[in-house]
Design a protein around this ligand. Structure first.
Ligand code: HMG
Ligand code: MG
Length: 301
Protein backbone atom coordinates (compact mmCIF):
# COMPACT_ATOMS: atom_id res chain seq x y z
CA UNK A 1 0.00 0.00 0.00
CA UNK A 2 1.48 3.37 -0.96
CA UNK A 3 1.39 5.97 1.76
CA UNK A 4 0.26 9.27 0.28
CA UNK A 5 0.35 11.07 3.61
CA UNK A 6 2.99 13.44 4.95
CA UNK A 7 5.47 12.07 7.53
CA UNK A 8 4.50 14.77 9.98
CA UNK A 9 1.99 17.58 10.30
CA UNK A 10 1.93 20.86 12.16
CA UNK A 11 -0.83 21.00 14.74
CA UNK A 12 -2.10 24.44 15.74
CA UNK A 13 -3.99 24.29 19.02
CA UNK A 14 -6.66 27.01 18.91
CA UNK A 15 -8.58 26.06 22.06
CA UNK A 16 -7.42 28.99 24.22
CA UNK A 17 -8.70 31.45 21.58
CA UNK A 18 -11.26 29.95 19.21
CA UNK A 19 -12.33 27.43 21.85
CA UNK A 20 -12.95 29.90 24.65
CA UNK A 21 -13.95 33.10 22.81
CA UNK A 22 -17.64 32.18 22.73
CA UNK A 23 -17.98 31.21 26.40
CA UNK A 24 -20.68 33.29 28.07
CA UNK A 25 -19.15 33.25 31.54
CA UNK A 26 -15.77 34.89 31.72
CA UNK A 27 -13.08 32.23 32.00
CA UNK A 28 -10.60 33.50 34.59
CA UNK A 29 -7.18 34.59 33.32
CA UNK A 30 -5.51 31.96 35.58
CA UNK A 31 -7.50 29.18 33.90
CA UNK A 32 -6.52 30.41 30.43
CA UNK A 33 -2.88 30.64 31.50
CA UNK A 34 -2.99 27.17 33.06
CA UNK A 35 -4.56 25.78 29.87
CA UNK A 36 -1.87 27.29 27.64
CA UNK A 37 0.94 26.09 29.92
CA UNK A 38 -0.45 22.55 29.97
CA UNK A 39 -0.73 22.60 26.16
CA UNK A 40 2.88 23.65 25.69
CA UNK A 41 3.94 20.89 28.14
CA UNK A 42 1.96 18.37 26.03
CA UNK A 43 4.18 19.15 23.04
CA UNK A 44 2.29 21.76 21.01
CA UNK A 45 4.64 24.09 19.17
CA UNK A 46 1.84 26.37 17.93
CA UNK A 47 -0.77 27.69 20.33
CA UNK A 48 -3.34 30.36 19.46
CA UNK A 49 -3.24 32.02 22.83
CA UNK A 50 -4.89 35.43 22.57
CA UNK A 51 -7.06 37.80 20.61
CA UNK A 52 -6.58 41.56 20.50
CA UNK A 53 -10.01 42.38 19.15
CA UNK A 54 -12.52 44.88 20.50
CA UNK A 55 -13.67 43.69 23.96
CA UNK A 56 -17.10 45.11 23.08
CA UNK A 57 -17.30 42.57 20.27
CA UNK A 58 -15.69 39.64 22.09
CA UNK A 59 -15.76 40.24 25.85
CA UNK A 60 -14.27 36.81 26.61
CA UNK A 61 -10.96 37.81 25.05
CA UNK A 62 -10.50 40.89 27.26
CA UNK A 63 -7.36 40.49 29.33
CA UNK A 64 -5.42 38.81 26.51
CA UNK A 65 -2.44 41.02 27.39
CA UNK A 66 -2.44 39.60 30.93
CA UNK A 67 -2.71 36.05 29.60
CA UNK A 68 0.32 36.61 27.37
CA UNK A 69 2.21 38.13 30.30
CA UNK A 70 1.47 35.33 32.74
CA UNK A 71 2.10 32.26 30.58
CA UNK A 72 5.30 30.33 31.10
CA UNK A 73 6.87 30.56 27.66
CA UNK A 74 8.62 27.54 26.33
CA UNK A 75 11.40 28.00 23.81
CA UNK A 76 10.39 27.22 20.23
CA UNK A 77 6.68 27.49 21.04
CA UNK A 78 4.82 29.99 18.90
CA UNK A 79 2.11 31.85 20.80
CA UNK A 80 -0.15 33.51 18.24
CA UNK A 81 -2.77 36.23 18.58
CA UNK A 82 -5.63 37.57 16.47
CA UNK A 83 -5.23 41.15 15.28
CA UNK A 84 -8.15 42.69 13.34
CA UNK A 85 -6.45 46.06 12.83
CA UNK A 86 -3.37 48.14 13.69
CA UNK A 87 -4.64 48.76 17.21
CA UNK A 88 -4.81 45.00 17.75
CA UNK A 89 -1.39 44.54 16.17
CA UNK A 90 0.22 47.05 18.50
CA UNK A 91 -1.33 45.30 21.50
CA UNK A 92 -0.13 41.91 20.22
CA UNK A 93 3.37 43.23 19.69
CA UNK A 94 3.46 44.72 23.19
CA UNK A 95 2.30 41.36 24.52
CA UNK A 96 5.14 39.64 22.63
CA UNK A 97 3.00 37.49 20.37
CA UNK A 98 5.24 35.41 18.10
CA UNK A 99 2.75 35.30 15.26
CA UNK A 100 -0.27 37.37 14.33
CA UNK A 101 -3.48 36.28 12.68
CA UNK A 102 -5.43 38.61 10.44
CA UNK A 103 -8.88 37.40 9.49
CA UNK A 104 -11.41 38.02 6.78
CA UNK A 105 -13.93 35.83 4.98
CA UNK A 106 -14.80 34.31 1.63
CA UNK A 107 -18.31 35.68 2.12
CA UNK A 108 -19.20 39.40 2.18
CA UNK A 109 -22.07 38.84 4.59
CA UNK A 110 -19.87 37.14 7.16
CA UNK A 111 -17.15 39.80 6.92
CA UNK A 112 -19.76 42.44 7.71
CA UNK A 113 -21.07 40.55 10.74
CA UNK A 114 -17.68 39.53 12.12
CA UNK A 115 -15.43 42.51 11.47
CA UNK A 116 -17.93 45.19 10.48
CA UNK A 117 -16.57 45.86 7.01
CA UNK A 118 -16.45 44.43 3.49
CA UNK A 119 -13.77 41.98 2.38
CA UNK A 120 -12.10 44.75 0.34
CA UNK A 121 -12.14 47.13 3.32
CA UNK A 122 -10.63 44.42 5.52
CA UNK A 123 -7.77 43.96 3.05
CA UNK A 124 -7.11 47.72 3.08
CA UNK A 125 -7.12 47.62 6.89
CA UNK A 126 -4.61 44.75 6.86
CA UNK A 127 -2.07 46.50 4.61
CA UNK A 128 -0.44 48.50 7.43
CA UNK A 129 -0.80 45.55 9.82
CA UNK A 130 1.13 43.19 7.56
CA UNK A 131 3.67 45.85 6.57
CA UNK A 132 4.41 46.62 10.21
CA UNK A 133 4.54 42.96 11.17
CA UNK A 134 7.02 42.28 8.36
CA UNK A 135 9.14 45.20 9.52
CA UNK A 136 9.06 43.74 13.04
CA UNK A 137 9.91 40.25 11.80
CA UNK A 138 6.58 38.75 12.95
CA UNK A 139 5.10 35.77 11.11
CA UNK A 140 1.71 36.60 9.56
CA UNK A 141 -1.09 34.10 9.25
CA UNK A 142 -4.37 34.90 7.50
CA UNK A 143 -7.60 33.14 8.24
CA UNK A 144 -10.38 32.95 5.66
CA UNK A 145 -13.72 32.28 7.33
CA UNK A 146 -16.65 30.62 5.56
CA UNK A 147 -14.44 29.00 2.93
CA UNK A 148 -16.90 26.11 2.65
CA UNK A 149 -20.19 27.86 3.36
CA UNK A 150 -21.66 30.89 5.09
CA UNK A 151 -24.47 31.11 7.65
CA UNK A 152 -25.81 34.25 5.93
CA UNK A 153 -24.93 33.84 2.25
CA UNK A 154 -25.24 30.04 1.95
CA UNK A 155 -22.96 28.21 -0.50
CA UNK A 156 -19.46 29.57 -1.15
CA UNK A 157 -17.69 28.63 -4.37
CA UNK A 158 -13.96 27.78 -4.63
CA UNK A 159 -13.36 30.82 -6.87
CA UNK A 160 -14.57 33.09 -4.04
CA UNK A 161 -11.95 31.52 -1.74
CA UNK A 162 -9.28 31.83 -4.43
CA UNK A 163 -10.02 35.55 -4.77
CA UNK A 164 -9.41 36.18 -1.06
CA UNK A 165 -6.38 33.87 -0.96
CA UNK A 166 -4.85 35.90 -3.81
CA UNK A 167 -5.35 39.12 -1.87
CA UNK A 168 -3.80 37.59 1.26
CA UNK A 169 -0.83 36.44 -0.84
CA UNK A 170 -0.48 39.93 -2.31
CA UNK A 171 -0.44 41.35 1.22
CA UNK A 172 2.54 39.08 1.97
CA UNK A 173 0.94 36.61 4.39
CA UNK A 174 3.13 33.65 5.31
CA UNK A 175 0.41 31.09 5.99
CA UNK A 176 -3.27 30.91 5.08
CA UNK A 177 -6.03 29.11 6.96
CA UNK A 178 -8.93 27.67 5.03
CA UNK A 179 -11.66 27.87 7.65
CA UNK A 180 -14.95 26.04 7.69
CA UNK A 181 -16.47 28.33 10.30
CA UNK A 182 -19.82 26.54 10.46
CA UNK A 183 -18.51 23.02 9.86
CA UNK A 184 -20.76 22.55 6.88
CA UNK A 185 -18.35 21.42 4.16
CA UNK A 186 -17.95 17.88 2.87
CA UNK A 187 -14.89 16.00 1.63
CA UNK A 188 -15.33 16.55 -2.10
CA UNK A 189 -15.85 20.25 -1.55
CA UNK A 190 -12.69 20.36 0.59
CA UNK A 191 -10.74 18.74 -2.24
CA UNK A 192 -12.12 21.20 -4.77
CA UNK A 193 -11.16 24.21 -2.67
CA UNK A 194 -7.59 23.01 -2.10
CA UNK A 195 -7.27 22.00 -5.76
CA UNK A 196 -8.24 25.55 -6.73
CA UNK A 197 -5.92 27.34 -4.32
CA UNK A 198 -2.95 25.04 -4.99
CA UNK A 199 -3.01 26.42 -8.54
CA UNK A 200 -1.92 29.80 -7.20
CA UNK A 201 0.37 28.93 -4.24
CA UNK A 202 2.23 25.95 -2.77
CA UNK A 203 0.25 23.52 -0.61
CA UNK A 204 2.62 23.88 2.34
CA UNK A 205 1.38 27.39 3.20
CA UNK A 206 -2.25 26.33 3.67
CA UNK A 207 -3.92 24.86 6.72
CA UNK A 208 -7.27 23.25 7.43
CA UNK A 209 -9.31 24.94 10.16
CA UNK A 210 -12.42 22.81 10.44
CA UNK A 211 -15.30 23.22 12.86
CA UNK A 212 -17.31 20.07 13.50
CA UNK A 213 -20.93 21.25 13.46
CA UNK A 214 -22.06 18.64 10.92
CA UNK A 215 -19.66 15.93 12.14
CA UNK A 216 -17.57 16.18 8.96
CA UNK A 217 -14.34 17.59 10.33
CA UNK A 218 -12.29 14.38 10.60
CA UNK A 219 -13.38 13.27 7.14
CA UNK A 220 -12.51 16.70 5.82
CA UNK A 221 -9.07 16.49 7.44
CA UNK A 222 -8.54 13.11 5.78
CA UNK A 223 -9.54 14.61 2.43
CA UNK A 224 -7.20 17.56 3.00
CA UNK A 225 -4.36 15.19 3.92
CA UNK A 226 -4.91 13.34 0.67
CA UNK A 227 -4.59 16.67 -1.12
CA UNK A 228 -1.25 17.35 0.63
CA UNK A 229 -2.26 19.73 3.44
CA UNK A 230 0.22 19.52 6.32
CA UNK A 231 -1.16 22.00 8.88
CA UNK A 232 -4.32 21.48 10.92
CA UNK A 233 -6.11 23.47 13.59
CA UNK A 234 -8.09 21.95 16.44
CA UNK A 235 -9.38 22.67 19.95
CA UNK A 236 -8.79 20.47 22.95
CA UNK A 237 -12.07 18.83 24.03
CA UNK A 238 -13.68 20.28 20.88
CA UNK A 239 -14.18 23.60 22.67
CA UNK A 240 -15.81 26.48 20.96
CA UNK A 241 -18.19 28.11 18.55
CA UNK A 242 -18.21 31.38 16.71
CA UNK A 243 -20.10 34.34 18.19
CA UNK A 244 -21.02 35.51 14.67
CA UNK A 245 -22.08 32.09 13.33
CA UNK A 246 -25.19 31.05 15.27
CA UNK A 247 -25.31 27.35 16.09
CA UNK A 248 -21.75 26.65 14.95
CA UNK A 249 -20.06 24.22 17.32
CA UNK A 250 -16.44 24.05 18.27
CA UNK A 251 -13.38 23.20 16.27
CA UNK A 252 -12.70 19.56 15.66
CA UNK A 253 -11.41 18.05 18.92
CA UNK A 254 -7.64 17.87 19.11
CA UNK A 255 -7.72 14.43 20.75
CA UNK A 256 -9.72 13.04 17.80
CA UNK A 257 -7.34 14.55 15.25
CA UNK A 258 -4.28 13.19 17.08
CA UNK A 259 -5.85 9.73 17.18
CA UNK A 260 -6.49 9.85 13.44
CA UNK A 261 -3.03 11.18 12.57
CA UNK A 262 -1.12 8.85 14.87
CA UNK A 263 -3.16 5.95 13.49
CA UNK A 264 -1.99 6.95 10.02
CA UNK A 265 1.61 6.89 11.25
CA UNK A 266 1.88 10.68 11.01
CA UNK A 267 4.04 12.45 13.60
CA UNK A 268 2.61 15.42 15.48
CA UNK A 269 5.04 15.81 18.38
CA UNK A 270 2.04 15.96 20.71
CA UNK A 271 1.30 13.55 23.56
CA UNK A 272 -2.30 12.31 23.14
CA UNK A 273 -2.66 11.07 26.72
CA UNK A 274 -1.62 14.46 28.07
CA UNK A 275 -4.12 16.18 25.78
CA UNK A 276 -6.92 13.89 26.98
CA UNK A 277 -6.31 14.97 30.55
CA UNK A 278 -6.12 18.65 29.49
CA UNK A 279 -9.47 18.19 27.72
CA UNK A 280 -11.00 16.95 30.96
CA UNK A 281 -9.38 19.76 32.95
CA UNK A 282 -10.74 22.54 30.73
CA UNK A 283 -14.20 20.96 30.35
CA UNK A 284 -14.54 20.79 34.14
CA UNK A 285 -13.14 24.31 34.54
CA UNK A 286 -15.82 25.79 32.27
CA UNK A 287 -18.55 23.36 33.30
CA UNK A 288 -19.16 21.96 29.81
CA UNK A 289 -19.25 18.36 28.58
CA UNK A 290 -16.09 17.13 26.93
CA UNK A 291 -16.82 17.02 23.17
CA UNK A 292 -13.93 14.74 22.22
CA UNK A 293 -15.01 11.20 21.32
CA UNK A 294 -11.46 9.92 21.72
CA UNK A 295 -11.05 11.83 24.99
CA UNK A 296 -14.21 10.29 26.43
CA UNK A 297 -13.31 6.79 25.20
CA UNK A 298 -9.85 6.92 26.73
CA UNK A 299 -11.13 8.41 29.99
CA UNK A 300 -13.67 5.59 30.26
CA UNK A 301 -11.08 2.82 29.88
P1 HMG B 1 -15.70 48.65 14.73
O1 HMG B 1 -16.71 48.90 15.81
O2 HMG B 1 -16.12 48.78 13.31
O3 HMG B 1 -14.32 49.42 14.93
O4 HMG B 1 -15.14 47.19 14.96
P2 HMG B 1 -13.90 50.86 15.32
O5 HMG B 1 -12.55 51.04 14.76
O6 HMG B 1 -14.99 51.84 14.98
O7 HMG B 1 -13.75 50.79 16.91
C1 HMG B 1 -14.85 50.73 17.78
C2 HMG B 1 -14.34 50.61 19.20
O8 HMG B 1 -13.58 49.41 19.36
C3 HMG B 1 -13.41 51.74 19.62
O9 HMG B 1 -13.58 51.93 21.02
C4 HMG B 1 -12.04 51.18 19.39
O10 HMG B 1 -11.05 51.75 20.22
C5 HMG B 1 -12.26 49.73 19.78
P3 HMG B 1 -14.52 53.13 21.59
O11 HMG B 1 -13.94 54.37 21.00
O12 HMG B 1 -15.91 52.82 21.09
O13 HMG B 1 -14.38 52.99 23.07
N1 HMG B 1 -11.32 48.84 19.09
C6 HMG B 1 -10.50 47.99 19.71
N2 HMG B 1 -10.31 47.70 21.02
C7 HMG B 1 -9.37 46.77 21.31
N3 HMG B 1 -8.63 46.13 20.37
C8 HMG B 1 -8.81 46.39 19.06
C9 HMG B 1 -9.77 47.36 18.70
N4 HMG B 1 -10.18 47.85 17.52
C10 HMG B 1 -11.13 48.74 17.76
N5 HMG B 1 -8.09 45.74 18.16
C11 HMG B 1 -13.44 45.49 14.78
C12 HMG B 1 -14.20 46.60 14.06
C13 HMG B 1 -12.68 44.72 13.73
C14 HMG B 1 -12.50 46.08 15.81
C15 HMG B 1 -14.50 44.60 15.48
O14 HMG B 1 -15.45 44.21 14.56
C16 HMG B 1 -13.89 43.37 16.10
O15 HMG B 1 -13.14 43.45 17.06
N6 HMG B 1 -14.25 42.20 15.55
C17 HMG B 1 -13.67 40.94 16.03
C18 HMG B 1 -14.67 39.85 15.88
C19 HMG B 1 -14.03 38.58 16.34
O16 HMG B 1 -13.07 38.57 17.10
N7 HMG B 1 -14.60 37.43 15.91
C20 HMG B 1 -14.10 36.14 16.30
C21 HMG B 1 -12.74 35.85 15.77
S1 HMG B 1 -12.72 35.35 14.09
C22 HMG B 1 -13.06 33.67 14.16
O17 HMG B 1 -13.33 33.13 15.21
C23 HMG B 1 -12.94 32.87 12.91
C24 HMG B 1 -11.70 31.97 12.87
O18 HMG B 1 -11.68 31.08 13.96
C25 HMG B 1 -11.72 31.20 11.56
C26 HMG B 1 -13.07 30.52 11.34
O19 HMG B 1 -13.38 29.55 12.03
O20 HMG B 1 -13.81 31.04 10.49
C27 HMG B 1 -10.40 32.81 12.93
MG1 MG C 1 -12.72 29.14 13.97
Amino acid sequence: MTNVFPKKVKMVEVGPRDGLQNEKNFVPIEVKVDLINRLSEAGFRNIEAASFVSPKWIPQMAGSDQVMKDIKRKPKVIYSALTPNLQGYEAALAAQANEIVIFSAASEAFAQKNINCSIAESIQRFIPVVQTAKRDGIFVRASISCSLGCPYQGPVEPHEVVAVVQQMLDLGCDEIDIADTIGIGTALQVKRVYEAIFRIAPSKIFSGHFHDTYGQALTNIYAALEMGVEIFHSSVAGLGGCPYAKGATGNVATEDVLYLLHGLGIETGVDLEAVVSIGQFISEAIGKPNQSRVGKALLNQ
